[in-house]
Design a protein around this ligand. Structure first.
Ligand code: PLP
Length: 452
């Protein structure tokens, strides 16, 4: 029963990103099964999962092909490792497939288990690379405020959100942050997207010069910033940023953990926004979230230096027990095949106008300040007074309230501050997009009344 589940959860389970002081009173929402884009809790209530869990369950919650692929892998080779040159067919096939899909020519794939590990691995690859090419001082990595790159020590340092740093004495040394490209919030009065992008690129260049270009090794960016509030980059931003990076031989890491595999309407956000990364990290929709797996792709420039150095001074001393895990790789490989067989990109593109118009229909509502989105991801941000751009007092917890009201309508969305995010499974149908917005409309109406 739910009462038993709740009591046992409270007794035994330490939850991530949860207020542990209030959890014993509030208790858990226990999800016990899923079908398509819906999940069901332990009281039989169904929810339309408009966040794909944590931006990951792209094929919904009951894909039989993925279950079969996992089961076959478990009965075949349930585990083997990839250290010391060991390999397995699923890891090999997945690496080949990822290289074929990459948005720019990539040379090799390294496997890890989560987005955080992929980003930590990318940091270490950058450090190793600069040692290998005889530039051991070029180790600083520039990230952006409001970025989210994960929670392991390096990834949390790359992240630029307060909860990732505060209370942990992060970021670590050598990880720096520059302004994030949120035009609506940070542009000066009358500043166009292009001028805003020019200003941010100039500030990035100045920061590189201040630090000393010989000390700056890489810049990391999500094509669309997810947990920071679904921030879509302003026009020309990545163009201008990449010109600066090229001038000072700063590598580009694209964090495609959310954007990868169709979310923005193309296979990778890098294609949508013109990024040409040297290193690319992916996770989440790589396996539709069904098993933990992530990948780091490196181009030949990075790989060649790492491989050459490995021959000179010893092995590349980094890797996980579960790097290239055969069950995870088999499920990821099947996921990528399902995307192809079901023509998921074409499906996503066909829904984008309806989805984006649905979001935009909230622009101009009483408490809506900004609507953002691209592809099948978006956010609606609430302001106390949108005309004056006055945010809600954080104590009012406006975003959390709206998300709670949506939950009561059988809709799971995510509040990030006062922004409400939507990131539905890519298999959502046109009728289900309407259903999603109908549920949200009821929640929004109650939300607006609650302030009257
Ligand atoms: N990078 C991005 C862009 C993410 O959104 C996330 C997770 O939400 C991560 C990295 C971290 O991934 P994980 O939670 O699998 O460690």
């Amino acid at each position: 029963t739910h009462a038993e589940n709740a009591a046992n959860d409270i007794a035994a389970h330490l939850h991530p990103f949860t207020n542990l002081a209030t959890h014993p009173q509030l208790g858990p929402l226990v999800i016990q099964r899923g079908d398509g884009i819906f999940v069901e809790d332990d009281q039989g209530r169904r929810y339309l999962e408009a966040m794909s869990g944590l931006w990951c369950a792209s094929l919904g919650f009951s894909n039989a092909r993925l279950a079969k692929a996992g089961s076959e892998a478990l009965h075949g080779l349930p585990y083997y490792h990839t250290f010391n040159g060991r390999s397995n067919p699923a890891a090999i096939a997945l690496a080949e497939k990822l290289l074929a899909l990459a948005p720019v020519p990539m040379s090799k794939v390294f496997f890890a288990n989560s987005g955080s590990e992929a980003n930590d691995s990318a940091v270490k690859l950058v450090w190793y690379y600069h040692n290998a090419i005889g530039k051991p001082e070029k180790k600083k990595i520039i990230a952006r405020r409001n970025a989210y790159h994960g929670v392991t020590v390096a990834a949390a340092s790359l992240s630029g959100l307060v909860p990732n740093h505060r209370d942990f004495d992060l970021p670590i040394d050598r990880i720096l942050h520059v302004d994030c490209p949120h035009h609506f919030r940070y542009a000066e009065a009358g500043e166009s997207e292009q001028d805003f992008a020019t200003r941010l690129a100039a500030a990035l260049e100045q920061r590189i010069l201040d630090e000393g270009p010989h000390t700056v090794g890489a810049f990391i960016a999500e094509p669309v910033m997810g947990a920071g509030g679904v921030l879509v980059p302003p026009a020309t931003y990545f163009d201008k940023v990449q010109k600066v990076l090229a001038r000072y031989e700063v590598l580009l890491i694209a964090d495609e953990v959310i954007c990868g595999f169709g979310r923005t309407g193309q296979m990778f956000g890098s294609a949508t926004f013109g990024l040409k990364p040297d290193i690319l990290t992916a996770a989440k929709a790589l396996s539709s979230g069904y098993v933990p797996i992530s990948a780091v792709m490196v181009n030949e420039k990075v790989h060649a230096a790492v491989a050459a150095n490995s021959g000179k001074i010893g092995t590349f001393g980094h890797g996980f027990t579960y790097s290239g895990h055969p069950v995870a790789c088999a499920i990821a490989l099947e996921t990528l095949k399902v995307y192809e067989d079901e023509n998921i990109l074409a499906h996503v593109q066909s829904l984008v106008p309806q989805f984006q118009q649905g979001l935009q229909s909230y622009a101009g509502r009483k408490y809506v300040g900004e609507v953002r989105g691209v592809g099948l991801i978006g956010a609606i941000e609430q302001y106390a007074d949108p005309a004056r751009r006055t945010p809600f007092d954080p104590a009012q917890k406006a975003g959390a309230r709206l998300a709670e009201l949506a939950l009561a309508q059988g809709l799971i969305v995510r509040a990030m501050g006062d922004s409400i995010a939507f990131c539905p499974p890519l298999i959502i149908t046109a009728e289900q997009v309407d259903d999603m917005f109908a549920r949200f409309a009821r929640a929004m109406a109650i939300f607006e009344e609650s302030f009257a």
